[in-house]
Every structure is written in structure tokens, then in C-alpha cells.
Design a protein around this ligand. Structure first.
Ligand SMILES: [Zn+2]
Length: 446
């Protein structure tokens, strides 16, 4: 094959306006059948057109994974991409977030990443959203065929998982309604380790089904910090989370202010000495306070590549999708392993839940009474929230704040959650001290 012609006038373009030969590599997988093709795959222009003209994908995060993802997706033939990120570019990002340059420091990641990809990859439209994921209405996420997560926080993943699962509806026999499945692809890296996974809510385990996969977060119970510190990190977090607020109540702690960090370090040091604990250093203090996880560019590239490949497979069915979790470890040689995790049949996010039918006019109070009656062995004093995490009625400290909801109509409370629509069925999550975990109730108000 001849290389690209330097004489612009003689460049040949196809009916799509692309330089002839541009998608040769993609054509190998999209224009012909093969033994690893996925179910329903039909090679040819139509499939290519679905990928390029129809598919609309969302990338969450424009950081280490996000930059790689945007580039990979654009080069894989996706032409309509949106990206959300709430951060601005920091000097320390430049070693791996390769879409950014020194003069971009301080600018929003989403906007710059979108510009750079569009500059470099002809024909792709990347629409940036400089905001938090939570700033978008749930319905806004419906427009995307695939949502790809390049996030570094469990909270943001949990949130997106809850939103995607909230779209899920079930048939009368308890099988998921295929048209309501919002696919998620999740990538994550930590140092030399990473994972890529495919979440088809209702089909494969959702993020919540496999919460145990994630190591316990390094947060410590406040009582430990206040009363029984055992390790250096306890002393550091005490100075950071408790002492600062008590002794410098009018100042917001800024982890990037060296004086603030030194103050935390010195106070943690004194506390450690008082409890006979060793190991408090300024370096350790910064690590604990900033929760620094080393970021390795090659790990990001590998994980993002896998995620983009899964997106391509999902969009075109050119190959069977991953089932359903791939872990990668590059810390000692290279090791990967793919495993089909199983759904939690009682998952409060993605299981069909227990069906319950109540009159249309039922109040929240009526719903609680009905739940207590139906589950009398396991539920006595339930707290109720929606599947998106909005508290409807809580026991304990939030009781007062949620009490006013009790006489309100359930249809109204659920309607509000869905943006005021006429939605009369909804999932509610029931928590009770007597329950092992949250109980998912599929409420229909007729
Ligand atoms: Zn689940």
C-alpha cells in the first residue's frame, strides 16, 4: 500500500469524506465476517455507519484515563463523543494527560481535551461539559448509547451506576427489558494495576453487586481518630479532619498550601508522640491528606485501550464482548485475567426487586405500613430512599428532615425524582436494622 500523498490535491476521499484508506484497519473487522464475531453481527457499510453516524457515547472524566479514552474512541471510528469533567488542568497532570500543554494549566480539562482531539482527528465531534456528573439530570444520560467511565472516585462510579440502573425496567417475568439497559464500561487504574469491565444493568453484575472488589477505602472511623489512634495515618487524619476545624475554624484547609500542610504535620507529630506512635513524616502526611495514588501512564493507556475496544465491540458486535471483568497487573511482569463475576440476586440497584402494588393515591406513610406488613419478619422501622439515593424517609438523625414526606403522595415523591413526569412505577430502597442489606421494592401505583 502506498503511503499518504503529500500533494493535497491528489488525496482521494470516500463518500463519507474520509481519506481513502483511513479506516483500513477498522474495515478488517467491520467489513468481513469472522469466527469471533458477536451475535447478530452483519459485516458491511451499514454497521460502519452505525458506528460513525449513529453511536453517541459519553466519556466520564478527562484525566489520565479520559484523555486516552477520547483519543482511542476517536481513532476507532466513534464520531459523536461527549465528555464531562469538573476539574481544571494542573501542572502535575502533564506527565500523563497528554492532550494538555503547559499553557493549558488552569483551564477546564473537558474543554481542552475536546479541542485537542478535534484538532487531531478529522471528522469527530467532541462536546465538552465542564461540570460535575451530578449536575446533569438523570434523563440527560438517556441520550447516550454507551457510557464509559474513566473516573478515579468510587462515589462518582456509584452515582453513575445508580443512574444507569434506575433506567432499568423489568418484564413481568422478571427478565430485564432490553430496551432499558444502559451499558456502562468502567475503567480504573491504581499505580501498576487496573481493571476494565462491562456493566449491562440487569444482565451482568453492576458496580454495586461487586462492591467487595474494591479495597476498603482508607477512611477511618472518627472515634478511632479521636480516641484510639494506632497508626501514623490516624494521627494525621485527626489533625486534618478534627483539629483543624477546632483550632482554625474560620480557615478552609487547603492541601496545596505548604503552611497548612506543615501545621497538619506538626500537630500529627505531637499526637503521635503522645500515643507512642512512629512514622509521621511530612511526606506521609501529604500522602494521607491528599490521598495520593501514583498514576502510571502506561497503565492508563492499557486500560483505556481495553475500554475503547469493548465500546467498539458493543457498538458494532464485531466481536463478543468481555464477560465481564478484566484485571491487569503490571507491577511484576504483566498479568491479566478475565473473570465472569455474578450478579447479586438481591442487589438493591439492578435486581428486579420485590414487586408491590398499591393504590395510586397512597402516601409514603401508607407505603411504609404496607412494607412493614409484607415483610413483618425482617422489617420493623424501615428507612426509605429512591434507587437514585434520594432520602424519602429516614430514621435517626435524618428523621426530622424527612418527616414532612410521610403524608405526601408516593406518586408525587417518585415523580419529582424523575423530573416531574407522570411516572407511577418506581424502585424504592428499604433499609432496616433487621435486614442484612438494602431491600429493593418495585412499587407500582395503580
Ligand atoms: Zn447490582
Amino acid at each position: 500500500m502506498e503511503g499518504p500523498d503529500v500533494n493535497m490535491q491528489s488525496i482521494e476521499r470516500d463518500h463519507r469524506g474520509d481519506i481513502v484508506g483511513r479506516w483500513t484497519d477498522l474495515d478488517y473487522v467491520l467489513m468481513r465476517d469472522g469466527p469471533s464475531a458477536g451475535p447478530g453481527f452483519e459485516p458491511g457499510e451499514d454497521t460502519k455507519s452505525v458506528l460513525m453516524d449513529v453511536m453517541h457515547v459519553l466519556v466520564l472524566g478527562a484525566g489520565g484515563l479520559g484523555c486516552e479514552l477520547l483519543k482511542d474512541l476517536a481513532l476507532s471510528g466513534f464520531k459523536k463523543i461527549d465528555v464531562i469533567d469538573m476539574d481544571t488542568i494542573d501542572l502535575s497532570n502533564l506527565n500523563r494527560q497528554f492532550l494538555f500543554r503547559p499553557h493549558d494549566i488552569g483551564k477546564p480539562k473537558a474543554i481542552i481535551a475536546a479541542e485537542r482531539v478535534m484538532e487531531r482527528v478529522e471528522g469527530v465531534t467532541v462536546t465538552p461539559h465542564y461540570c460535575r456528573i451530578e449536575d446533569k439530570d438523570d434523563d440527560w444520560f438517556q441520550q447516550f448509547h454507551i457510557i464509559i467511565m474513566g473516573l478515579d472516585s468510587l462515589e462518582a462510579r456509584s452515582y453513575m451506576n445508580a443512574v444507569a440502573c434506575s433506567f432499568l425496567r423489568f418484564e413481568a417475568d422478571g427478565t430485564p427489558d432490553q430496551s432499558t439497559i444502559k451499558p456502562l464500561i468502567d475503567g480504573g487504574t491504581e499505580g501498576w494495576k487496573g481493571h476494565a469491565r462491562v456493566i449491562l444493568p440487569g444482565v451482568t453484575p453492576c458496580f454495586h453487586c461487586t462492591m467487595w472488589l474494591f479495597p476498603p477505602q482508607t477512611t477511618y472511623p472518627l472515634c478511632t481518630l479521636a480516641e484510639t489512634p494506632r497508626i501514623a495515618a490516624h494521627c494525621i487524619e485527626y489533625a486534618h479532619l478534627i483539629q483543624w476545624g477546632n483550632e482554625r475554624p474560620n480557615e478552609e484547609f487547603d492541601a496545596d498550601d505548604p503552611e497548612h500542610m506543615k501545621w497538619i504535620y506538626e500537630n500529627a507529630m505531637r499526637r503521635a508522640e503522645a500515643f507512642g506512635i512512629e512514622g509521621v513524616t511530612l511526606h506521609h502526611t501529604m500522602g494521607v491528606v491528599k490521598n495520593i495514588i501514583p498514576a502510571i501512564p502506561s497503565t492508563n493507556a492499557i486500560i483505556a485501550g481495553q475500554c475503547a475496544l469493548e465500546a467498539l465491540k458493543m457498538a458494532t458486535m464485531c466481536a463478543k464482548g468481555m464477560d465481564n471483568f478484566m484485571m491487569y497487573n503490571g507491577s511484576d511482569g504483566v498479568y491479566t485475567h478475565t473473570v465472569a463475576y455474578e450478579k447479586d440476586p438481591d442487589c438493591p440497584m439492578c435486581s428486579p426487586g420485590v414487586a408491590m402494588e398499591l393504590p395510586k393515591e397512597s402516601t409514603l406513610s401508607d407505603v411504609i405500613d404496607a412494607i412493614v406488613k409484607k415483610f413483618e419478619d425482617t422489617v420493623a422501622l424501615p428507612s426509605i430512599s429512591t434507587s437514585n439515593g434520594t432520602n424519602l424517609y429516614m430514621r435517626g438523625v435524618l428523621e426530622e428532615a424527612t418527616r414532612d414526606n410521610l403524608p405526601r403522595k408516593m406518586s408525587e415523591l417518585l415523580g419529582e425524582e424523575h423530573g416531574g413526569g407522570e411516572k407511577l412505577d418506581g424502585l424504592i430502597i428499604v433499609n432496616d436494622k433487621k435486614l442484612k442489606g438494602p431491600l429493593r421494592v418495585r412499587l407500582s401505583l395503580a
